[in-house]
Ligand binder design. Structure first.
Ligand code: ZN
Length: 184
């Protein structure tokens, strides 16, 4: 490289170096703010197309993470980190495409199906009857029937109902924020 060219480059950086560094900083800060802000505001918005877990069903107990609700079966007041449904028809459907994480059974919650979805969502269906239609590892589509609501969750029900939970990144969230349950 010619000496004069080298000098020109040196002079260029002497003159504009600080501005270039400052510019890189501004872009870096803008990117950081731009990427973190929308992420924290995305809590209640998603492009995922949820469907209701039961059709023509009535909400018998809504979600509440602060107000206590009375549980007749356990004779105590408690928060309710899910939504209970009772329908004319007991069919229960996956609310989104996903993969079955587990199918379990215990005396308090009955048969429980857990399904993993995109974007960190997991849906949990409790109080299902023993005629569960899916098994661990199955791929399911939104709207696909996975079982039937029953009275197996003795901690809550004496008649056939579904206790439905929706988790985002492992934390129970209000399903009403994501699923149009008024127009089911
Ligand atoms: Zn419940």
């Amino acid at each position: 490289m010619e000496l004069s060219k080298q000098n020109k480059i040196k002079n260029f950086f002497k003159r504009y170096g600080v501005m270039i560094i400052a510019g890189v900083f501004v872009v870096a800060i803008a990117l950081t703010v731009g990427l973190t802000l929308p992420a924290s505001q995305q809590v209640s918005t998603t492009s995922l197309d949820f469907t209701a877990p039961m059709l023509n069903a009535e909400i018998t107990k809504d979600f509440s993470d602060t107000d206590l609700q009375y549980n007749e079966n356990l004779n105590r007041w408690e928060i309710h980190l899910g939504i209970d449904f009772a329908g004319e028809n007991n069919a229960v459907f996956s609310v989104l495409d996903g993969t079955v994480l587990s199918v379990t059974n215990n005396s308090l919650e009955g048969y429980v199906v857990e399904i993993e979805h995109a974007d960190g969502f997991t849906s949990v269906y409790s109080s299902l009857g023993e005629n569960v239609l899916v098994k661990e590892g199955d791929t399911v589509e939104g709207g696909q029937q996975i079982g039937e609501a029953s009275n197996t969750a003795t901690s809550e029900f004496t008649d056939s109902q579904l206790h439905f939970c929706l988790l985002k990144d492992g934390v129970e969230v209000d399903p009403n924020l994501y699923i149009d349950l008024q127009n089911k």
